[in-house]
Write a protein that binds this ligand. Structure first.
Ligand SMILES: O=C(O)c1ccccc1N[C@@H]1O[C@H](COP(=O)(O)O)[C@@H](O)[C@H]1O
Length: 202
């Protein structure tokens, strides 16, 4: 199972987490987030040796031009669209050769039929609908993911912590990865390396 550690931004903390070789590391380019990473800081971070770890750029309803600008600066390998982006945004980014994760916020009104418009995305990601666009630290009822409509590899997200590493994969079709964020933190944007080690192993 792939693991993604999201919401990173401090140089030493990024280095420490990279010691455990996560498959993916996420950086949040949404200014209102308490985990926001600015352009200057990201220029510093990409000087680090990421090895096999792929960088994910997280955006919320961002313009196509800004996403492309950041992609051209080499900030990330994969785009995570964590807002109400329309399917055409996914298609335009794919036409530029980018890999795309499209996020769906799962609440009581979740309707799996909305997924089919996003068939060009490489991955889906399911997060909990909450007060914020992401990083709410809350789980949702995973049974909604048993639908046959979820016919693409997906990341499970929303309040995952170090006790969720041994999730029974057989309860889901197409579960591809686990996405960890606020529940592994000492403070927003700063991960507890001990918890990271529990998640990623030695
Ligand atoms: O973490 C944030 O501040 C954030 C802000 C805006 C969009 C996405 C954000 N984080 C993403 O939220 C999910 C779940 O996080 P959590 O485990 O509930 O804290 C994760 O995919 C982050 O990439």
């Amino acid at each position: 199972m792939k693991k993604k550690i999201c919401g990173m931004r401090e140089v030493q903390n990024v280095k420490d987490v990279l010691e455990y070789n996560p498959d993916y590391m996420g950086f949040i380019f949404y200014e209102k987030s308490s985990r926001f990473v600015g352009k200057d800081q990201m220029q510093e971070l990409i000087k680090l040796n990421f090895g096999e770890t792929e960088r994910v750029g997280v955006f919320v309803n961002e313009s196509f031009d800004k996403i492309l600008e950041y992609a051209d600066l080499g900030f990330f390998d994969i785009v995570q669209l964590h807002g109400n982006e329309i399917p055409e945004q996914v298609e335009k980014l794919k036409a530029e050769g980018l890999e795309v994760i499209k996020v769906f916020s799962v609440g009581d009104d979740f309707d799996v039929s909305e997924l089919k418009a996003y068939k060009k995305a490489d991955y889906y990601l399911f997060d909990t609908k909450g007060k914020l666009p992401g990083g709410n630290g809350e789980k949702f009822d995973w049974s909604v993911l048993n639908s046959a409509a979820i016919n693409k590899p997906f990341f499970l997200s929303g309040g995952l912590d170090e006790n969720d590493t041994n999730i029974d994969k057989s309860q889901f079709k197409n579960l591809y990865g686990l996405d960890f964020n606020s529940k592994l933190e000492l403070e927003p944007g700063f991960k507890d390396v001990i918890k990271v080690q529990e998640v990623l192993g030695t």
